[in-house]
Design a protein around this ligand. Sequence first.
Ligand SMILES: C[S@@+](CC[C@H](N)C(=O)[O-])C[C@H]1O[C@@H](n2cnc3c(N)ncnc32)[C@H](O)[C@@H]1O
Length: 275
Amino acid sequence: MQNTKAIKDSIKHSELSHNPIFTEDHALDEFDEKLNLLNKETDINKQLLIVRQMQEIAKNVSALRGWPYNAKVFWGKEAVFWKQRIGQKYRVFIKNELTTAVNKNKLDKNKLDKNKLDKNKLDSGSTILELGTGNIPCIKNAVCLDLSHEMLATIGLPNMGNKTTIKRVQANVEYSLPIRDNCIDTIVALFLCNYIERLDIMLGECKRVLKENGQIIIVQSAAAVDNYHSLLERHPAKELTLILKTILQELGFKAQIDVKDVDKKTLVFIAATNS
Ligand SMILES: C[S@@+](CC[C@H](N)C(=O)[O-])C[C@H]1O[C@@H](n2cnc3c(N)ncnc32)[C@H](O)[C@@H]1O
């Protein structure tokens, strides 16, 4: 069995010849079948072998060109599978932690009486921006920003009802955000930063759009990604917290780091205030 690194390298560098017998439709079907298979496979080496086959198919389909290294194409295809990736108990835990952090910031900022705030609800008067939302926003009234149209198009929340309008923005956090200066109270980014090469640009943009004393809350898994998503990772888990803390401090944020165990996972919460 080839080791994981060797397979990853060969995926990166393989230049097998173009196969002219596929029509694009046939190739798309074949790609989707393999993507299904890939998502059922648990062994990373077998996953990477399937990835190599899919990479060959992707070369023949314009809509898939660049998969898996083109992030827009990659996350577009992940949209179908994303909803099942992170268990409900982690989602509930994260939402409770975010609620507490946002309310605490609100109290500190406005010197409010804590008894007047509903501890279980995020303040509806705040403008909250969720970066890399995927198709499961963590916060009901947030502005959902994502690179992938497919993720944004498949957003759904239980109990949202017909009255809730989802605000969606398609944008790349590694470029200027299409958002005015100084207008956001809270930014959250869940399981995003390990996939972002230019975290300095992303966090610089967060600084620009946040109000004074606004807050950014970043949530990451403390463990390395151990499936084919690791192909897109730009920063290993063990270095990410320090990288984020350094950039945030350079930008003048006051950052606080909390590590929390939830079931079998360890999550890192970074809360930084724009001071
Ligand atoms: C691992 S998923 C996390 C999704 C969501 N935050 C959650 O917790 O379910 C990463 C998300 O970030 C988005 N993303 C990746 N790179 C991005 C970029 N450069 N700009 C904006 N969004 C990006 C992907 O499209 C994907 O929806």
